[in-house]
Design a protein around this ligand. Structure first.
Ligand SMILES: [Zn+2]
Length: 258
């Protein structure tokens, strides 16, 4: 395994697992901790490997511990590198848009750049065609976000109405936005706001989110009574709540987080 770029910088201070040649060695750092109860080795979100050394444990023992886990570290670093690669692919400008929520797939094409500052979008069949300043990723992405908002309004609000009728939980107004951290919200005036990123999750997750927000029209909190109301309409709400939380990073495309 070899390291390049920013990892190089800390190779000097790092210790090595296994073979001492630069191409094969796995660098790691020792961190002394008063709180740690036992020796631990882990790959940090930055890709650095750290051995946590509890109070009273010798460095010699810590190095031995690290050597014993060289295989595990090599595997964890490989996974880390794969994830990084995947992240790069995910944040690239999209060539398709897949909406599991409504079972639609769209292609995206960009015409040759022919304008300094404006980009426009038209639809032909199942293809979104961007023209104008098409080399400007940021402009293209902000236009796609506007289209997602429109698409969200078109697909999600009538669906919310339907669930609202079915559950007999009326609301006041609905809007669609691209919130950074929330799938939806419900105000004390019973106005519901939905995230267009819901298009990227499953229909049952969208339905759960609708039930969740509509239940807030009765209970403006997350009390026991609120969850009982949710459970009445969706017995599997715990699983769906969890998977929806994970979906932000697992299924919403990376370019939407840019
Ligand atoms: Zn809530």
């Amino acid at each position: 395994m070899s390291f390049t770029g920013n990892l190089k910088k800390w190779l000097d201070v790092a210790h090595y697992l296994g073979d001492q040649t630069e191409t094969q060695a796995l660098p790691y750092e020792l961190r002394h901790s008063n709180r740690a109860k036992r020796l631990q080795i882990r790959v940090l979100p930055t890709g650095r490997v750290e051995v946590v050394v509890p109070r009273g444990c010798s460095e010699k023992r810590a190095h031995q511990f690290a050597r014993e886990r060289a295989d595990w570290v090599a595997g964890a670093l490989k996974k880390f590198a794969e994830k990084q690669q995947q992240r790069k692919v995910n944040t690239a400008f999209p060539e398709t848009l897949t909406f599991p929520a409504i079972g639609e797939q769209w292609k995206i094409t960009r015409e040759p750049d022919n304008h300094p500052s404006q980009v426009s979008l038209r639809i032909e069949g199942d293809t979104l065609i961007l023209s104008g300043a098409t080399r400007d990723d940021e402009l293209c992405i902000s236009l796609l976000k506007r289209w997602l908002k429109y698409k969200g309004e078109d697909a999600l609000i009538p669906w919310l109405d339907q669930v609202s009728d079915e559950l007999n939980l009326p609301y006041n107004k609905a809007s669609v936005r691209g919130q950074k951290t929330r799938w939806g919200s419900c105000s004390s005036k019973k106005n519901i706001s939905l995230n267009y990123k819901l298009l990227f999750v499953s229909p049952e997750e969208v339905r759960y989110l609708f039930i969740h927000e509509l239940s807030h029209t009765r209970h403006m909190n997350h009390s026991k009574a609120f969850w009982a109301q949710v459970e009445k309409h969706e017995p599997d709400y715990k699983r769906l709540d969890k998977s929806l939380n994970r979906a932000t990073h697992e299924r919403v495309p990376g370019w939407l987080h840019r």
